[in-house]
Design a binder for this molecule. Sequence first.
Ligand SMILES: Nc1ncnc2c1ncn2[C@@H]1O[C@H](COP(=O)(O)OP(=O)(O)OP(=O)(O)O)[C@@H](O)[C@H]1O
Ligand SMILES: [Mg+2]
Length: 331
Amino acid sequence: MSTSVTLITQNEQMRSILNMLGRIIDSDGSVLLIGETGVGKEIFADYIHKTSNRSLMPFMKIGLSALPIELMESELFGHEKGSYTGAINQKKGLFELANKGSLFLDDIDDVPLNIQAKLLRVLESREFMRIGGTVPIPIDVRLISASKVSLKDLVDKGQFRRDLYYRINVIPVEIPALRDRKDDIVLLAEHFIHRYAPEREIKISEQAAGALVSYPWPGNIRELRNVIQRTVIFCNGEINIENLPPEISNLHSLNTVVKACLNCWLKNGMSYTQIVQCLENTLIKEALQKTDGNQSEAARVLGLSLSTFRDKMKKSTPGSDPNGNQCCEKP
Ligand SMILES: Nc1ncnc2c1ncn2[C@@H]1O[C@H](COP(=O)(O)OP(=O)(O)OP(=O)(O)O)[C@@H](O)[C@H]1O
Ligand SMILES: [Mg+2]
């Protein structure tokens, strides 16, 4: 069975990853996908299987986090009837079920060292035995693994076998976080609007698009998908800034605070007053930017009266570091 996978992107880095994959797609080399949560590791695995010459053969997947060791072993390699208490029937493992196709090992970083040793043996000998079995079964499987953390770091810490790392990492693919490919944010948002409200014409206002692009998306594309799914229910014809969840529309977000002082404070060891000045300057500037210079609107989003807002604007001075160098502008 082969259904197509919709992998949306216009980002140059993503495109070069896809180009690279296009060149090695039929090579059978093991692929290691690394990326934060929600970044698209599974959709990449689907894409790799479905565009390869194995696409008509089985594609098996297993999430290896939080699986007890015995279960992990029997899921991967299967078992013979009676091989342990509870093994009432013979069971084929995923390596066997994925024969001639692909096998996706998600969260490979959670595999304990003893199973890592077994995996390595299987990958090197290209055959395995079911638990309790005596007959080696040859494998012809393309392996795709995924990890949220750098496996190289785990290798350096002794938590992941170096030899296995080299085996599964023939084709490394680092999927960038959504905040590092901001040009995909609105494109993906429009894709999800179309998916969740196919019969409606919903636009994204410029201000809402700005907020979506500035937000750091710790949950990456999954988070964006969920936000759009919820937002389309409550908006009419256009997604406005008020329709977005507070952590995205909110100008007081931690993100703004951190951004405000990161440059000067961390580098120059500024005083409390200087940091507060920088923070005020940045908040006012951001509010004005997001409201196209409309002071009443900017005051409203900051929760200030117009007169207080104007007063703060008038009194604000450029932030300066302890040596008197200007570090952030007057709004
Ligand atoms: N480029 C993309 N185009 C369209 N949809 C995408 C894209 N990337 C991810 N998605 C969608 O975002 C959601 C999360 O992606 P996926 O499950 O592949 O992430 P993941 O990296 O495996 O996350 P986790 O580490 O939490 O398992 C899915 O619904 C997926 O279809
Ligand atoms: Mg996943």
